[in-house]
Design a protein around this ligand. Structure first.
Ligand code: CTP
Length: 396
């Protein structure tokens, strides 16, 4: 890890003493540490201890950096490969979540273009407070990584989550953040379909389903993290496009098919969308009014199968993967679907289990012509990472 640089922001909390040990571990591993000590942080550790362990100057005052001879705060914020906040106090998290920039630490966090890793440390009530949890979610959404907090006895005498992770754990998180991530899918193009489709009945009514899009979005993000160029063809969802992913937003199955075919050629297609099986023969142009007669009949026609069309098309991606949401005989149905739709793998997904539809976890089995691989129940993000890893092994 020689030549790697960390900007270490030390906030004001009793856990600040652990930042000294973290600094020692990083220096021992050959990582340069440039410390920023907040005014509150300086109440817990002295600038002298931090400077001695970091073997660098300690920065603390925003306005001392305006001097031409000094490093400006913008430059400071970008002088490292990674910004680490340990302890990340409730106050620092709130400032960073809101984009406040009233002191050097918060200004640095707002000005940096480098990845940020936070190690929260605070009283259990402060950690579980709705405001902190809101900030935590916001920061994660903004791309900040977290290590901890741990659960345990606190300096204030209470017990629960909020204790800063141990220096060794933060050190490990820093080392993996600094290690260049392998990108085996560079140069590969993946199409991912996700979310529900919406089939118009008339200008105000529609047929749709409960798909949240979470699993498809997580797969798009995980493939992009491995270096793939990703086109995410998405039905309406409440989700933001993952970083680095090209999203094409569609409504109906016909639009989803057209957008998927327009995105070809591709090396990989992962069809996660919950495509409506049927659509009204034709959407009525004007709102249907209630009459005294019986309700208007809804005549449906079958939608094209996007997975099957891609798998059997002339420009077939090398690896075509479908999902199968099943409530019973999961694997037998998935095997049949594999053959019928002509794809290479089916990720069979048991939606009879709690929370699969719309929830954050999934229990899946990977069904291939050669056999079945059952995975334990795990977060959808983890399913996405493992599946992307398997895809990379298959493709490269
Ligand atoms: N799929 C698709 N286009 C459709 C229907 C489904 O691309 N019109 C894809 C889904 O994205 C998923 C797979 O096909 O990858 C399985 O879809 P599913 O709805 O579970 O299966 P069906 O083929 O509809 O079969 P059944 O309803 O009998 O379970």
């Amino acid at each position: 890890m020689d030549h790697k640089r960390v900007l270490l922001i030390v906030g004001g909390g009793i856990a600040a003493y652990k930042a000294l040990e973290l600094t020692r571990l990083l220096r021992k591993a050959g990582v340069a540490v440039r410390p920023v000590l907040t005014a509150a942080g300086a109440q817990f550790v002295t600038p002298l201890s931090l400077a001695a362990l970091a073997e660098d100057k300690v920065y603390g005052d925003l306005f001392s950096l305006t001097d031409e001879a000094e490093m400006g705060h913008i430059e400071l914020s970008r002088s490292a490969d990674l910004v680490v906040v340990a302890p990340a106090t409730a106050d620092l998290m709130a400032k960073a979540a809101q984009g406040l920039a009233g002191d050097l630490a918060s200004t640095t966090l707002l000005a940096t273009d480098k990845p940020v890793l936070m190690a929260p440390a605070m009283n259990v009530r402060m950690w579980t407070h709705a405001a902190t949890q809101r900030n935590f979610v916001t920061l994660k959404r903004d791309g900040v990584s977290f290590v901890g907090p741990d659960e345990g006895a606190m300096a204030c005498g209470e017990y629960g989550p909020g204790r800063m992770a141990e220096p060794e754990a933060i050190f490990q998180a820093v080392m993996s953040a600094l290690a260049p991530a392998p990108r085996p899918l560079v140069g590969r193009h993946a199409i991912v379909t996700a979310g529900p489709t919406v089939e118009a009945i008339d200008p105000v009514r529609m047929l749709t389903n409960r798909s949240s899009g979470k699993q498809g979005y997580a797969i798009a993000e995980a493939l992009a993290a491995l270096g793939a160029e990703v086109t995410l063809v998405s039905g309406p969802t409440a989700l933001n496009a993952p970083p680095g992913v090209k999203r094409v937003q569609v409504e109906s199955a016909l639009e989803m098919l057209a957008a998927s075919e327009a995105a070809l050629p591709a090396d990989i297609a992962v069809c996660v969308a919950a495509v409506a099986d049927w659509r009204p023969v034709s959407a009525v142009e004007r709102k249907m009014k209630k009459g005294r007669a019986s309700p208007a009949p809804l005549t449906l026609v079958e939608n094209p199968d996007i997975l099957e069309t891609l798998a059997k098309g002339a420009r077939r991606p090398r690896l075509v993967i479908g999902f199968a949401a099943e409530t019973h005989d999961v694997e037998a149905h998935a095997q049949a679907k594999l053959v019928r739709k002509g794809c290479d793998w089916i990720v069979a997904n048991d939606v009879s289990l709690d929370g699969a539809m719309g929830g954050d976890a999934n229990t899946v089995a990977i069904v291939k012509a050669g056999g079945i691989e059952r995975w334990e129940r795990m977060a959808k993000d983890e399913v996405a990472r493992r599946l992307s890893q398997r895809i990379a092994e298959e493709i490269s």
